[in-house]
Design a protein around this ligand. Structure first.
Ligand code: T3D
Length: 263
């Protein structure tokens, strides 16, 4: 286990567990935490030892978004919020989406503001039945950031996205599931084991194919059908060049479970 200040990191069985670790302020992000988070994502991307990621929060919350004491200090002039977004949230979301390894998010409690949108940018989101999602921005006269204005209408549809963004209500995990925002809800006490089991399963999977799936899905959000079909052809070519493709087909023919190596 190594500590990157406010981000705790542990690598075991090819799963990197990243824990947002400022529980006293519900794991809200300040700039040092944002930088640490990005360093950890780079480490995950570069390390062949890491084949899946598991993101969660310490204590009773997942993440309450931006640390408001940093955004609007009482005793000094406020920073330009554009700088915080440029340094913390935009690169974090881009790194998460471009990371060609599966990212499981275990939402262990409230996910508010940037914390909610950080969760929604992950690949598979499991949430405790006691958790909730809040587009808290308009409660303090801000707008959804951290990719929320991009992903939320696509995931929830415009009507629900607008409702969440305008009303800033607490959306229970069960509703988030019903609206297609997340993958699964489980009893709070089972969240750690369920999310780890999923991350372990993905860590034993065809990592290269997962990465290419992610690249294709990212592009599909803005591509035309023609562009997407051309991309599928190219990426499928790359997937078929992997050793894992050979192994997957051989295992099928030999009627056994595949042993993927991630390359
Ligand atoms: O720089 C920029 O501003 C641009 C970027 C914006 C991105 C954003 O994320 S904007 C949105 C920021 N987040 C929020 O507005 C959420 C604020 N928090 C809440 O609304 C509530 O705390 C929750 C609904 C998340 C949870 O409520 P509850 O009742 O369970 O907990 P609490 O009592 O409100 O919070 C517990 C402690 O955490 C409390 O500190 P204390 O009184 O025990 O010393 C509270 O002040 C602290 N805390 C919670 N959220 C934040 C925070 N401290 C700093 N920043 C926070 N975001």
């Amino acid at each position: 286990m190594s500590e990157h200040d406010s981000i705790a990191v542990e690598i075991e069985d090819q799963v990197m567990r990243i824990t947002l670790n400022r529980p006293g302020v519900l794991n809200s992000f300040d700039r040092p935490m944002g930088k640490a988070f990005q360093r950890v994502l780079d480490e995950a991307s570069n390390s062949p030892e890491v084949r899946s990621l598991l993101l969660t929060g310490a204590g009773r919350a997942f993440c309450a978004g931006q640390d408001l004491a940093e955004a609007l200090p009482r005793d000094q002039p406020p920073p330009d919020i554009r700088d915080i977004i440029r340094e913390t949230y935009n690169p974090s979301i881009l790194k998460l989406r471009k990371l060609e390894k599966p990212v499981v998010c275990a939402v262990n409690g409230v996910a508010a503001g940037a914390g909610a949108n950080l969760a929604l940018a992950c690949d598979l989101v499991l949430a405790a039945d006691t958790s909730s999602f809040i587009q808290a921005f308009s409660n303090i006269a801000l707008i959804p950031d951290t990719g929320g204005s991009f992903f939320l209408p696509r995931l929830a549809g415009l009507a629900r996205a607008t409702r969440m963004a305008f009303l800033g209500e607490k959306i229970p995990a069960a509703t988030a599931l019903e609206w297609g925002l997340i993958y699964r809800v489980c009893p709070a006490e089972e969240l750690p084991s369920e999310s780890l089991a999923l991350a372990l399963r993905l860590a034993k999977g065809p990592t290269r194919a997962y990465g290419l799936i992610k690249r294709a899905f990212n592009a599909s959000l803005t591509n035309s059908l023609e562009e997407q079909l051309a991309m599928e052809r190219e990426l499928q070519g790359q997937a078929a060049e992997s050793r894992d493709f050979q192994e997957g087909v051989r295992a099928f023919q030999e009627k056994r479970a595949p042993r993927f190596k991630g390359c």
